[in-house]
Ligand binder design. Structure first.
Ligand code: ADP
Length: 267
């Protein structure tokens, strides 16, 4: 049984395909200006990777910012629901999920069964999101994938105190002009993001195991700063960037099974 989860994110669209409950393909590309087209292209590319025709897909669940624009979806669910499901499936001991995406960030608390207890969300301000980091990486002319290595090279962190992305960018311009080494600035930026998230985490309550999902989970500098601030080890599971799509795919599998049972076919 082949099913698909599609996460139509503000920055990136992610698709996960499950064949008989196992991940058989994952694909991501920029969402751009047309979420519907991005979802169709990512689904097509994931199917090409899996070597399967679209007709074989028995259910599709969409999540993410642009989920209502995913015409292939049989059902849509919130990112909180899908990240929680995916994280619990991959890390059953997960009790806190920190999801930092391109445009928002969330701290999600789960009970022992993986059910949602509470969440704290920031979707009002770019500070504490991937967008903040993208703006700063662009300003520093460095790839976001290098942030972890640069963080390690810094013995201290520059102070980036503005909570507004635009003012923080001015601070970075000032730091560059003052000759502050780039690793020190990067560590300061990672700490600024981590401080925002740690504040949210304290409000939600930080109970181990803490799992990090969303695209920013690939930023080892932010992860290290967060670990220092919350005083907990943070788990970055496989598919961390795809967690919303993976959770959606698990719900799609449930849906396909329900349909098969209703039709009298067992899998
Ligand atoms: P959304 O679901 O809102 O589109 P994502 O969860 O895909 O967002 O996260 C996008 C963010 O992830 C980007 O803004 C960027 O900061 C970060 N990101 C993506 N890929 C990487 C990477 N390879 N290394 C570090 N950061 C990354």
């Amino acid at each position: 049984m082949l099913v698909a989860g599609i996460d139509s994110g503000s920055t990136a669209t992610k698709v996960v395909l499950l064949a008989d409950g196992r991940v058989c393909a994952a694909y991501t590309a920029a969402t751009g200006a047309d979420p519907q087209r991005a979802a169709a292209r990512c689904l097509e590319a994931a199917l090409a990777r899996a070597g399967a025709p679209a007709a074989d897909v028995s259910a599709v669940v969409a999540t993410g910012y642009g989920r209502e624009r995913v015409s292939q979806a049989d059902r849509t669910l919130t990112e909180i629901t899908c990240h929680a499901r995916g994280a619990h499936a991959l890390v059953p001991e997960a009790r806190t999920v920190i999801d930092i995406g391109g445009q928002d960030s969330k701290v999600i608390r789960l009970d022992d069964a993986g059910l949602l207890l509470d969440f704290v969300m920031n979707d009002k301000c770019a500070a504490g999101t991937g967008r903040f980091l993208e703006v700063m990486a662009n300003r520093l002319e460095i790839d976001l994938t290098s942030f972890g290595g640069e963080w390690l090279r810094a013995k201290e962190a520059a102070k980036v105190s503005s909570t507004c992305t635009v003012f923080a960018e001015s601070e970075v311009i000032g730091l560059v002009a003052a000759g502050t080494p780039r690793p020190v600035i990067i560590r300061g930026l990672c700490e600024a993001v981590a401080a925002r998230i740690a504040g949210m985490a304290r409000r939600a309550g930080v109970v181990p195991a803490v799992v990090f999902t969303g695209g920013v989970s690939l930023n080892a500098g932010v992860r290290k700063s967060l670990e220092q601030l919350i005083g907990q080890k943070i788990v970055v599971p496989p598919l961390s960037q795809f967690m919303g799509a993976y959770g959606a795919a698990l719900f799609a599998r449930d849906l396909a099974q329900e349909r098969a049972e209703a039709a009298g076919v067992s899998h």
